[in-house]
Design a protein around this ligand. Sequence first.
Ligand code: ADP
Length: 398
Amino acid sequence: MKPASSLANQLHQYKRLVEISRDLASTLDLDNLLARIAQIAVELSSSQAASILLYDEASRQLYFHTTTNMDEPVMRGITVPLEGSIAGWVLKNRETAVVNDVHHDPRFFDVVDKTTRFSTSSIIAIPLITKDSVLGVLEVLNKCSGDFTQEDESILGVLGAQASVAIQNTRLFQQSDLISELVHEIRTPLASVSTAAYLLKRPEISDQQRFNLASTIYNETQRLNELASTFLDLARLESGRTSFHPAPIDMAGLLEECRQLMLGRAEESRLTIRVDITSSLPLVDADRDKIKQVLLNLISNAIKYNLPGGMITIQASCAGPEMVISIRDTGIGVPEEAVGRLFERFYRARGVEKAVPGTGLGLSICKHIVESHRGHIEVESEVGHGSIFTVYLPLKQS
Ligand code: ADP
């Protein structure tokens, strides 16, 4: 028979699980949801750390989405193969693994410990599966005292089942939300294409009108194309399917490279672009391609929303533990009531829709990328004077 204290403890754990199931059902943001599940797993099993790995069908790999013990940029770059890892075994067999001494288990994938300098000694890995899909694996590491018990296995099993349903619901919710916004956005260009094609068939229209209608169709289809690829980019980021590969980057070099790439477009609009860095900058640990995407997007906006003869100034400096990169333009600016909404999906300030081509998704993508690096992005703007977009990124820790 179990001692009374163990039974009381188990009862307490199950009570917590009931509370947790309510809590999980009310969270519809995937990042928050997974962070909550990992924390709860640590709490319920009295362990040191927990991670959630999600399965990417395209690459047939597991990648870290959430951990309680790693920095986000490091974690985002790590993938785990299906073969030769405990998580992979759990996923393929749809079975829990309890390993109290990982160094004697041939399935243990030690690359993660080497990259993170965390020392794993024991693991419980729970498959996250629903009736018809394999989502990933919940791993709980290093029981604080003694070995993982049967009780840990059963309580984490229940948590894993609740977590799977919650993850699936969140994904479905996000997809339906995103898709309805996309459908709304494509209605207008599709209506223009349809009207232009209908008018083109009329025999009485002039050559000039025919040319204008064909141009409308061309421009609108270009816009739809851009919308489709930008949308996919954002959807991948929002569902956590984008992997990041952080490495130390020389920001001054990257900013100059971005300036060179945008110079032609700036000159076409009679704009000057300047990079202004007064002191030497330390390295930042980040995914170079993704940060480049953010910078090019902000510079492209500074060109698109500028005024003829205007100026774009790119500055970078360090402030405490952060690198601060600002892109300042002397353009049209944004009305006060719109400033707080610029990072919303599909949001475009009033008046620019007709004048400047765009999708309203670029800044949402920038925000996602910057926040995935534990940074943040801000904007200040004044109508008729210009805007400053400022990106803050944590410096590489020595
Ligand atoms: P897009 O440029 O494709 O519309 P973004 O998400 O990059 O999408 O920007 C959203 C909106 O923010 C733009 O439509 C525009 O109204 C405003 N905006 C962005 N950058 C600037 C800028 N540098 N100056 C003025 N307005 C800007």
